[in-house]
Write a protein that binds this ligand. Structure first.
Ligand code: 6PG
Length: 228
């Protein structure tokens, strides 16, 4: 597996700034950007919207979604809408949200169709769960074994406990850059297992690396990096 380029900064705000700036840079280049859910990226999205109000050269995708309506507080799309999309002057060329409200199987089938012509992603953002999960690929989940589909429905292995729609590992990894953003003391064990341990399905993030020709980076704060 390709090595991960790791940047450690003082705190959450500094980590969010790096990722916000990276997103803003991608708006100049254009291309296909995959957002992550969870709470950690909110600040990075807000900064990206402030730094780059024109996203018209970018198509947005999601790595995973909770099976709730888009206006539910748990929706990954909903978080990105509030933190990023609502602050823009020029909307992205396309916003390919996962339709969580359809349920995990129908939602995954719809996204499969949406992804047909997508090609290689330019930038995939990933958070990391304290259990080592990325997107909605949970430890030892059957979804980790799927190599013949780009997107699947899955059960949740972590809060919030609602069904999920998730890209599969090969689809997440088909990117020019895979970028982890992880902060906080509660993530330090997972960070060590995912970035410094052997690849293993009990720490799914350890299996998430950009495919050949791509780069994998991680932006961490000091507390998340404490065991590296
Ligand atoms: C989700 C995610 C998930 C998330 C991690 C970290 O929908 O829950 O995409 O993989 O990135 O659970 O979440 P936090 O940033 O909230 O810790």
């Amino acid at each position: 597996m390709s090595p991960v380029d790791i940047t450690v900064v003082e705190d959450t705000a500094a980590a969010a700034r790096i990722v916000g700036e990276r997103l803003a840079e991608q708006t100049q280049i254009g291309g296909h950007v995959v957002l992550t859910g969870g709470s950690t990226p909110r600040l990075a999205y807000e900064l990206a919207a402030a730094l780059a109000p024109d996203w018209s050269r970018v198509e947005l995708w999601w790595g995973d979604e909770r099976c709730v309506p888009p206006d539910d507080a748990r929706s990954n799309f909903g978080m990105a809408k509030e933190a990023l999309l609502d602050g823009l002057e020029q909307a992205p060329a396309a916003v390919h949200r996962m339709q969580g409200e359809l349920g995990r199987e129908a939602g995954a089938d719809e996204y499969l169709l949406e992804l047909i012509d997508a090609g290689t992603f330019d930038l995939v953002l990933l958070g990391l769960g304290p259990d080592g999960h990325v997107a909605s690929l949970f430890p030892d989940s059957p979804a980790l074994e799927v190599t013949d589909r780009d997107v699947v429905g899955s059960e949740s292995g972590f809060e919030p406990f609602v069904d999920r729609i998730t890209l599969t590992l090969p689809r997440l990894c088909a990117t020019r850059e895979l970028l982890f953003l992880v902060t906080g003391d509660d993530k330090k064990d997972a960070v060590a297992r995912v970035l410094a341990g052997e690849p293993s399905s009990d720490a799914p993030g350890s299996l998430a690396r950009a495919a050949e020709g791509g780069v994998t980076r991680a932006v961490l704060d000091r507390t998340a990096a404490a065991l590296l």
